[in-house]
Design a protein around this ligand. Structure first.
Ligand code: FES
Length: 240
C-alpha cells in the first residue's frame, strides 16, 4: 500500500467560472484502478465529485477519461502503472456536464449519421448466414468490438479542428463494418455517403491517435483507409 496523489479537474457549468484542479491523496492497493480511486474520493473525501461508469469491466464504455494526458478507460487503468501522481480530466471534443462527466451527444450524433444498423437485402435470404469457412467474417471481425466509449473521437484532432464537420473514427469504423458486409442492403449507399463529403473518410488526416487510444485494439485509421480504397475501386468500376 502507498499513497498516490490524484489530481482531478473540477468544473460545473452551472456555477460558471473556470475549470480548476483539486488534488486528493488516496491509499492505493495492488490492482487498484483509477476508477476505484475516484470512488474512494467520493466515499471518503468529496461526495460531490462527478464521473460516469457502469460495468467496471471495460465493456460498457462509459468511463472514458483523460488519465495522465491520454484517453483511457478508468476501470481498466491500474494505478500501479501510472506512478505516484495521477491527473484525471474529462474527455476532449465534448461538452462537460460536471467534472469528469461529459455530454456524448456530439459523438452519438456522428454515430447516427452512418446509419449504424444492419439493413437486410430485400427479397433474398442468400446472405443471411455467413458460412464459417467463407472468410467473409474475418474481414470485419476486428472492427466489431467497438464499445462506443468515445475515446477515439475525443483523441482526434481532426474532430477538434473541424468542429463537428468530421464524423470521426468510431462512426466511420462502424460504417465500414456494414460496407464490408455483403449481406447489407445499404452498403453501396453507405460507401457513397461516407466517402463523398469531407465529413466522411476523405476528411481523415491519418493522424493515428484513434489507433493509440482504442481500448479494444481497433484501428479506425486503418479502417478509414479501407473505405477510401473501396471508393476508389468503385469509381474505377472494379470489384470492391
Ligand atoms: S465502467 Fe464500463 S467500461 Fe469502464
Amino acid at each position: 500500500m502507498k499513497d498516490v496523489e490524484v489530481t482531478v479537474m473540477r468544473y460545473d457549468p452551472e456555477e460558471g467560472g473556470n475549470p480548476r484542479y483539486e488534488t486528493f491523496t488516496v491509499e492505493s492497493k495492488k490492482n487498484m484502478t483509477v476508477l476505484d480511486s475516484l470512488f474512494l474520493i467520493v466515499e471518503n473525501q468529496d461526495p460531490t465529485l462527478s464521473f460516469r461508469c457502469a460495468c467496471r469491466l471495460g465493456m460498457c464504455g462509459s468511463c472514458g477519461m483523460l488519465i495522465n494526458g491520454r484517453g483511457r478507460l478508468a476501470c481498466r487503468t491500474k494505478i500501479e502503472h501510472l506512478g505516484d501522481q495521477i491527473k484525471v480530466e474529462p474527455m476532449r471534443n465534448m461538452d462537460i456536464i460536471k467534472d469528469l462527466s461529459v455530454n456524448m451527444d456530439k459523438f452519438f450524433k456522428s454515430w447516427e449519421k452512418v446509419k449504424p444498423y444492419f439493413v437486410p437485402k430485400e427479397n433474398t435470404d442468400e446472405f443471411s448466414i455467413i458460412p464459417p469457412s467463407s472468410g467473409r467474417r474475418e474481414i470485419i471481425d476486428e472492427n466489431q468490438d467497438c464499445i462506443t466509449c468515445g475515446l477515439c473521437f475525443q483523441s482526434c484532432d481532426t474532430v477538434s479542428l473541424r468542429n463537428g464537420e468530421f464524423i470521426g473514427p468510431a462512426a466511420l469504423n462502424r460504417g465500414y463494418t456494414l460496407i464490408a458486409d455483403e449481406r447489407d442492403g445499404l452498403r453501396e449507399e453507405r460507401l457513397d455517403m461516407l466517402s463523398e463529403t469531407a465529413e466522411g473518410a476523405f476528411g481523415c488526416r491519418t493522424l493515428g491517435a484513434c489507433v493509440e487510444v482504442c481500448p479494444k485494439g481497433i484501428k479506425p485509421m486503418v479502417t478509414i483507409q479501407k473505405i477510401k480504397t473501396k471508393k476508389l475501386k468503385k469509381s474505377l468500376g472494379l470489384k470492391w
